[in-house]
Design a protein around this ligand. Structure first.
Ligand code: PLP
Length: 473
């Protein structure tokens, strides 16, 4: 032990191996554990010390608390029975990529503070443009570019700030900017609009399939223009959170362009499906978009966190966010030959997130990722067919990807009871949801560890719980 109780490299090696073993055991056993923790609020807090330790502790004692305190408090997102929300992926290559990122201690705020953090990110996000069939000019080698932000919320916030500045550059007075988004889009758009200082946010109504009604958007834009307001931002959702509804991207783009609005596409979950060309028709019209978000962790083997944010033209983004204090000046930046990603989002400091993406893309290859996505969609379609054929169940929305939204025909109470019964099983976990006053259950089939047998097990449970008096199923 040194004066400062530093961990020797020898100890680091030993504890590191032990921790990787512990994690491997966890991942091996996670399918046998309850998806939800069996704890009451405050129970875990009571197990933790009231004060931070004054004296050093042994690493063995610290890591033993992973079993004693951390494990019982986990919601097991990695469970193959995870059908809730959208998932947060867990995969070996991605965990190791993140471990390497932590160990290398890079802070990539500028090219100069970590050339590899910047250049690897540029290359990997450009790879993804091709992998998802996005417009070729979104690459950094052309006039656009991508950056890894922490979350889709950060990305849409950024897009809104750029939209606001673009409107202002064209002469819009503060307080006159308007943002439009469907009533079914993720709440992060509304939140981002608030953070970006929009006082006018229009939640546009949706059609029977929960996609934005284009006439309603047109009318709202017209009404605002007539009232002297400035339409500045519109968001298309490719895969809403509640039902994965898809807004008409092209039609929205055709309204946005002449009105001078910034057009952002939120494909946080469903954008991952675009690894497979057969899903790309859902985002037809992307060439009319100004920015785009997809979160790999929601449906590829990349661990949480990270959101890819693309812009069709990087100049307005950099012009909006670039502030150069003296202490960040450096020769490389001044040469104009490098990217400084600090100018591409709100935060200055940035993690080396591209490493896990690079590991995953290389380890699985695009074909491995496509195979998994297609399997999830196939299982979801089969589940949807079973729901359609079942006398007591019904679907509430189309299934364009791998989210099935179903309800009990007996109404909201029966639907909520069904969700409760599924979640009480311990092995499967779904999200009960509501649109207006319609209760339904979201079954999201996208966890990396889920296999067909887990969907079968869930279906048996649904059948049983839908008709508790029938013992034959
Ligand atoms: N957009 C959609 C469609 C989502 O489903 C979500 C979260 O589930 C978000 C945005 C927000 O994502 P994040 O947690 O990365 O901010």
């Amino acid at each position: 032990m040194t004066d400062f109780n530093e961990m020797t490299t020898e100890d680091f090696r030993r504890h590191g191996y032990a921790l990787v073993d512990w994690l491997a055991d966890y991942l091996e056993r996670v399918g046998e554990m309850n998806v939800l923790p069996q704890v009451e609020p405050g129970e875990l807090r009571d197990m933790l010390a009231d004060r931070a330790p004054e004296h050093p502790e042994d690493f063995e004692a610290i890591s033993a608390d992973l079993d004693r305190i951390v494990l019982p408090g986990l919601t097991n997102w990695a469970s193959p029975g995870w059908f809730a929300f959208f998932p947060a992926a867990v995969s070996g290559p991605s965990i190791l990529g993140d471990l390497a990122a932590a160990g290398l201690g890079q802070q990539g705020m500028l090219w100069a503070t970590s050339p590899i953090c910047t250049e690897l990110e540029t290359v990997v996000v450009d790879w993804v443009v091709d992998l998802l069939g996005l417009p070729s000019w979104w690459k950094t080698t052309d006039r656009g570019g991508g950056v890894i932000q922490q979350s889709a919320s950060d990305a849409v916030h950024t897009a809104l700030v750029v939209a606001r500045e673009e409107a202002t550059r064209r002469g819009a007075q503060p307080g006159r900017w308007v943002a439009y988004v469907s009533s079914q889009a993720h709440s992060s758009v509304e939140k981002g609009a608030k953070v970006a200082g929009f006082s006018h946010i229009r939640l546009i109504e949706v059609d029977d399939e929960y996609a934005m009604r284009i006439e309603a958007l047109q009318d709202a834009v017209q009404a605002d223009q007539d009232a002297g307001l400035v339409p500045a931002f519109v968001c298309s959702a490719v895969g809403t959170t509640a039902t994965t509804a898809v807004d008409p991207v092209r039609a929205i783009g055709e309204i946005a362009r002449p009105a001078g609005m910034w057009h952002h596409v939120d494909a946080a979950f469903a954008g991952n499906a675009m690894f497979c060309p057969e899903f790309r028709h859902h985002q037809d019209g992307l060439e009319l978009a100004d920015s785009y978000t997809v979160n790999p962790y929601k449906w590829t083997p990349v661990t949480f966190d990270g959101s890819l944010f693309y812009v069709a033209d990087r100049r307005p983004l950099i012009q909006t966010l670039s502030v150069l204090p003296e202490y960040l000046r450096n020769q490389a930046s001044e040469s104009g030959q490098v990217i400084d990603y600090r100018d591409w989002h709100v935060a200055l400091g940035r993690r080396f997130r591209s490493l896990k993406l690079w590991f995953v893309l290389r380890y699985y290859g695009a074909e491995g990722i496509r195979a998994r996505l297609r399997a999830n969609v196939e299982w979801a379609q089969q589940l949807a067919e079973r729901v359609d054929e079942h006398p007591l169940l019904e679907r509430v929305a189309p299934v364009p990807f791998s989210l099935v939204c179903l309800r009990h025909k007996d109404g909201n109470q029966a639907t909520e009871a069904l969700a409760q019964a599924i979640n009480a099983s311990g092995h499967s976990y779904v999200t009960p949801s509501r649109i207006d006053n319609l209760a339904f259950i979201r079954v999201s089939i996208a966890q990396m560890n889920t296999r067909r047998k887990h969907v079968e097990r869930l279906w048996k449970l649904i059948e049983q719980a839908a008709n508790p008096t029938d013992q034959s199923t």
